[in-house]
Design a protein around this ligand. Structure first.
Ligand code: ADP
Length: 637
């Protein structure tokens, strides 16, 4: 018996698989028996939210998703809180009934000691199980939450993912989820344990001696509570200052490092040092303040406990003399007093964790309640196989509804036609392309494919028949092959080879160490931009889309790469409807039709020759371009 992955992993790394040595086999078998099954994860993804996703996120809902674990944890916490507090009570019995004349019985002392031992063992066992249970509970809840938030992000529309939001989203997925994890793993259990401990101790004290219990509780609890509450509010502010302080120090440092050239060239070093000294100084002050707070609270509570013991000694001693209290009970009171202070301190400290956790739940809830701005219609139908006729009917659109960037566009692109959008930067070419892929919906008018309004069909069926090649292709972590087969992971090897051949990737693959299996690192930074472009074209080829939307790369490719990319493009565009956002007129010239976009409107359409003959905007652009090309061709030496 051996995990199936083992052998193939060894083979994959080129090592012969020698089998498990006989003397280790038993150990391996035993280990595997205790190993839980890890079935293939099943992740279902819908564009529309499921029932569960629509329920409001609350801490309670998160926890009750695992009712069994929650009950076990609760039961263990109750057991622990009781057994943990049995010690002083048993001491009382041992002292009163075993040590003080005339009740001197070794057997009572021995029994009490034994019971003490049993209780301690039970506590330890219960604690172990509780930590394991809450750990599993927290891990399960966090796993579900991570998947849920991630799935929700996948569902949101493109306009949600602006650059400034990326930072916020990362912090939701890291800091906020961490906060919750801490609360679930330890915080809530501690809350319950400390709270219960206080209840148990108070109850025991009152059963032993009401008067002394009353004095103890009234003497200690209010003072400690006030002290702790003050400490909490002061330290929250102080720690906020510390956090701000370190953030400022890091920001200042990072700015200085990034701007070091400008700093040097403008002789600002001295000024920068002074500025940094101020920033660091504020951080130091914040740290000193927190140290002072801690110096007050720690010794303060310590003193309270000592004072409490002094008072207990005087009052309790007096009660013993007057036969109102047994010596054993006084003993027990002393022992309980110390145990009583700790929960209050801990509760107050844990309250921060609780608050942070709740704040994180709130932020995550807000995120989960964000609706996609381009939703799939409730009655969306499957787009049948299309020929690829794209029509814009009086389409207007603005990213911000108040400032339209596309004004009443009418345009039809025939099946199999290649149309190039040209025009100045910011004219709206990419926006028109984004409307075809339904990254956004028009605010007025309709975008149709083969007569189907894009808003009425399912995303899946639409995007399966659309291919998009962005300006800067994005390569994912994985092999070259994974990246080629990104849209169709199930594609057969022969299809991948066909795509490789079609876009002329063979030569590049020959240079890579493992050919198709070469790992692409960090978004393909190890490949040249021409190579990344070819992979993106291969990816689109393999997806067999009917309609292709392609944003031409503006990055300067060397002449050889450019020729290759253009050849690949010719193969890719053949027989497909294609919309090309052309940044070079040389590309536009090859299209069947050129659409000149200006200020969100279509200024001219026609073939290259027609537009040049018409002498309009395109003709002017062409002339400028020709003159530039000539000037470059004839060096002015
Ligand atoms: P082009 O592709 O022709 O260079 P775009 O379609 O990218 O032009 O842009 C058209 C207009 O829309 C520009 O004014 C641009 O600033 C604006 N724009 C583009 N993308 C966004 C966006 N995500 N949010 C807001 N405004 C945008």
């Amino acid at each position: 018996m051996f995990a199936p992955g083992g052998q193939s992993a060894a083979t994959a790394s080129g090592l012969p698989f020698g089998g498990i040595p006989a003397e280790l086999q038993d150990g391996v078998d035993r280990l595997l028996e205790s190993e839980p099954e890890h079935p293939e994860p099943t992740a279902v993804f819908h564009h529309r939210e499921s029932e569960e996703d629509l329920r409001r996120l609350t801490l309670w809902r998160l926890l009750t998703a695992y009712p069994k674990l929650l009950w076990i944890a609760a039961a263990l916490i109750v057991v622990m809180s009781v057994t943990l507090q049995a010690g002083p009570y048993l001491t009382e019995i041992a002292v009163n009934d075993g040590m003080i004349p005339p009740h001197q019985h070794l057997s009572v002392i021995a029994l009490a000691a034994l019971a003490y031992l049993v209780c301690a063992s039970v506590t330890a066992l219960a604690q172990r199980s509780q930590v394991r249970t809450t750990g599993r509970l927290a891990a399960g809840v966090m796993n579900d939450l991570r998947v849920r938030v991630f799935a929700h992000l996948q569902r949101l529309s493109l306009d949600f993912f602006t650059d400034e939001k990326a930072g916020v989203l990362m912090s939701r997925m890291t800091a906020d989820i961490e906060n919750l994890q801490q609360l679930l793993q330890d915080g809530l259990a501690q809350f319950a344990i400390q709270g219960l401990t206080m209840v148990v101790i108070t109850a025991v004290l009152f059963t032993m001696n009401v008067r002394l219990a009353l004095i103890t509780v009234l003497l200690i609890v209010p003072v400690l509570t006030i002290l702790s509450l003050w400490f909490r509010s002061a330290s929250v502010n102080a720690y906020d200052k510390v956090r701000d302080g370190i953030a400022n120090v890091l920001a200042d440092l990072s700015e200085s490092l990034h701007g070091v050239r400008i700093v040097t060239s403008h002789n600002r070093q001295r000024h920068n040092v002074i500025h940094h000294r101020n920033v660091v100084g504020r951080y130091r002050d914040a740290n000193i303040y927190t140290a002072q707070l801690n110096a007050l609270y720690g010794p303060g509570t310590q003193m309270l406990s000592v004072l409490g013991q002094g008072a207990l000694l005087a009052i309790g001693g007096d009660m013993v003399l007057h036969h109102q209290l047994t010596i054993g009970a006084l003993f027990a009171f002393f022992l309980y007093l110390n145990r009583f202070l700790q929960p209050i301190q801990l509760l107050v400290q844990q309250y921060n964790t609780y608050q942070q956790g709740q704040a994180s739940v709130y932020k995550l809830r807000t995120l989960l309640e964000t609706r996609p701005s381009v939703p799939e219609a409730a009655g969306a139908y499957e787009l049948p196989p299309i020929e690829g006729r794209i029509s814009f009917r009086h389409v207007s659109f603005g990213y911000d509804p108040d400032t339209p960037v596309i004004h009443g566009v009418d345009l039809t692109i025939e099946p199999g036609e290649t149309v190039a959008f040209v025009g100045p930067t910011g004219a709206g070419k990419s926006t028109l392309a984004k409307l075809i892929t339904r990254f956004y919906d028009p605010s007025e008018g309709r975008v149709l494919i083969d007569g189907h309004d894009l808003r009425e069909v399912t995303f899946r069926s639409l995007r399966r028949q659309l291919g998009v090649v962005p300006q800067e292709p994005f390569l994912f972590a994985g092999t070259v092959k994974d990246n080629l087969a990104f849209a169709r992971p199930e594609a057969a090897d022969s299809e991948v080879d066909e795509a490789v051949h079609a876009v002329g990737l063979e030569e590049m693959l020959g240079r890579l160490p493992d050919g198709l299996d070469t790992l692409v690192h960090e978004r393909g930074q190890s490949l040249s931009s021409g190579e990344r472009q070819l992979i993106a074209l291969g990816r689109a080829f393999l997806a067999h889309p009917r309609v292709l939307v392609l944003d031409e790369a503006t990055s300067n490719l060397d002449l050889l790469s450019e020729t290759k990319v253009e050849a690949a493009l010719d193969v890719l565009l053949e027989g497909r409807t294609a919309v090309l956002i052309a940044h070079r007129l040389s590309t536009a010239m090859k299209a069947d039709r050129i659409v000149v976009v200006d200020d969100g409107e279509i200024a001219e359409t026609g073939s290259h020759d027609e537009l040049v003959a018409a002498g309009g905007r395109y003709a002017a652009m062409y002339e400028t371009w020709m003159r530039q090309a000539e000037a470059e061709a004839v060096p002015s030496s």
